[in-house]
Design a protein. Structure first.
Length: 525
């Protein structure tokens, strides 16, 4: 059951089991606020009366205050006595008694402020961690039903939307995937994984990947892929800024402006001439923080949120830092020919198909989760990703529904999208199988045209500094594999290290890139 309510509170059980009322009835029986008695009795009694109205809930997320749910499903936070006073007036006629005599019908704001932080008052209301208008899944993967859903602390959800549709078909999902020009089947499968991640976004706070959509040219469909993944949940876009404080300010402002957004996407990120790759210490920290504190100058008071957001980055021309790559779910598009002249059988995927079919796609994604549940919720123990719990669950859902190659592009995209790893692969392909010293590899880097990528400017002064920088870099990537695309083949090279002598000299450290696999490109003759 997704709706669980304490049997000790029958009035609250009735509230939890039904949808919210569209209007609030004023109770005619008078409530006596006795200032001669204990404040706790007044707090508890008034809280019980207010809770019966059915549209007030304890704000469990912030730990104090109430949430007022409006008839349209939106809500307001009540954290000050001045905000609570008119709510009481609309719901409960009050008579204040002091020194045994009537004092009037207005409760002092000092008491109202105290009540909003008092456990004895807040305990009279159903605690809510989140109010949603699109359905989410509880910890046992049961789908939230309209009304109050008690999945335990962190998952006490008030769903103000309609009953969620669940479809047995995947026809609409596949119609979309079939027109997108993915580079590999792994990219196609990862797109479905992204949609599943958004549908289950409240399950892994601080443990979900960044959706990284890249492409070989403009208008290839990167933003369309992110829009597909977001589905019926809210999406808000921000621009990439290399300065960390400026980017953080933009991000925090977006979250506060669009609190219902499920996906925050850094859209069409580009590099300026001075940058080597797209990087953000803030984004790295946010992606792994279960309850991030959001604050930036000019964006108001700091707030702490449960990290139910899914992050996205789209880029054509910018390579991404290794830290972001390691935290990403990679989707790469590789359209052939003139993108502007292509005609899609489903119409414009982003502007026509997705808006018309968004609800059906969401129903089909839910259907995938339901089939996985019916199969016993098997995990994919072969899935390899730093966010391992997420990968096993999502991989299991995909396998049950016939999708293969989940995360199959993880290593390849980390090479192509990481400028340093890609440059190392190019240098290795220039001199494969050769045992060379760091100074010699620095020379090879120059021959391959990747010196500026591999050796920082401060270390390019002389041969000694270049050799030292190259040695440090090579040592950091020992036993890693690099995929390099040539004119006709894709090479997989593994970096090895060995200490040995050359021509009777003392033993020194040597490095080589050994070929472990090669594959002809599909278009090669």
């Amino acid at each position: 059951m997704s709706t669980v309510v304490s049997s000790s509170r029958p009035r609250r059980q009735a509230v939890a089991a039904r949808l919210l009322p569209s209007t609030v009835s004023v109770r005619e029986d008078e409530f006596v606020w006795n200032e001669d008695g204990y404040p706790s009795k007044n707090f508890a009694a008034l809280g019980k009366r207010l809770a019966a109205s059915g549209d007030l809930f304890a704000n469990a997320c912030d730990g104090n205050g109430l949430l007022l749910v409006l008839p349209d499903g939106k809500h307001r936070k009540l954290t000050k006595g001045a905000e609570l006073a008119p709510i009481i007036v609309d719901r409960v006629p009050v008579r204040v008694i002091k020194n045994g005599k009537p004092k009037g019908g207005k409760i002092d704001h000092t008491h109202l402020n105290a009540m909003l932080r008092s456990k004895v008052f807040l305990d009279q209301f159903m605690p809510v961690d989140e109010i949603i208008s699109t359905p989410l899944y509880l910890p046992d993967f049961s789908l939230a039903r309209p009304g109050y859903n008690d999945g335990g602390p962190g998952f006490r959800i008030l769903y103000v939307g309609p009953e969620a549709d669940v479809s047995d078909s995947l026809a609409t999902v596949n119609s979309f995937l079939d027109v997108m020009e993915f580079e590999t089947n792994a990219d196609r499968t990862n797109t479905v994984a992204a949609a599943l991640t958004v549908a289950l976004r409240n399950h892994w706070p601080g443990g979900k990947p960044i959706i990284l959509a890249t492409a070989t040219k403009s208008h290839a469909g990167k933003d369309t892929v992110i829009s597909f993944a977001a589905g019926v949940a809210g999406l808000v876009s921000i621009s990439y800024q290399a300065t960390n404080w400026a980017f953080e300010r933009s991000f925090v402002g977006a979250v506060k402006t669009a609190p219902d957004a499920a996906v925050i996407v850094v859209e069409n990120a580009r590099l300026d001439r001075k940058e080597r790759f797209i990087a953000s210490a803030f984004l790295e920290r946010f992606a792994t923080d279960p309850e991030p504190m959001l604050f930036s100058t000019g964006t108001g008071e700091p707030i702490r949120i449960k990290n139910n957001l899914v992050l996205g980055i789209t880029t054509n021309y910018g390579t991404v830092s290794e830290d972001l790559l390691n935290r990403s779910l990679h989707i790469h598009l590789h359209p052939i020919g003139d993108v502007a002249s292509r005609r899609s059988p489903i119409g414009n995927p982003k502007l026509e198909f997705l808006p018309a079919c968004r609800k059906q796609i969401a129903a089909e994604i839910r259907g995938m989760i339901e089939r996985w549940k019916a199969a016993g919720q098997p995990l994919d123990d072969d899935a390899r990703h730093p966010f391992s719990i997420w990968a096993k669950v999502i991989g299991g859902i995909l396998k049950v529904n016939g999708f293969t190659d989940f995360l199959g592009n993880y290593g390849t995209r980390r090479v192509y999208d990481d400028p340093i790893r890609h440059a190392l692969g190019l240098a290795g392909a220039h001199k494969p199988e050769k045992w060379l010293r760091p100074a010699e590899w620095a020379t090879v880097a120059g021959e391959a045209g990747v010196t500026k990528i591999l050796i920082p400017e401060r270390d390019r002064e002389n041969d000694i500094s270049r050799a030292r920088a190259m040695g440090v870099l090579l040592s950091a990537h020992i036993e890693e594999t690099f995929s390099v695309e040539g004119e006709s083949r894709v090479l997989s090279l593994r970096l090895e290290r060995s200490r040995h002598r050359r021509s009777g000299s003392e033993a020194k450290m040597y490095y080589r890139f050994v070929e472990v696999a090669s594959e002809d490109l599909p278009h090669a003759s």
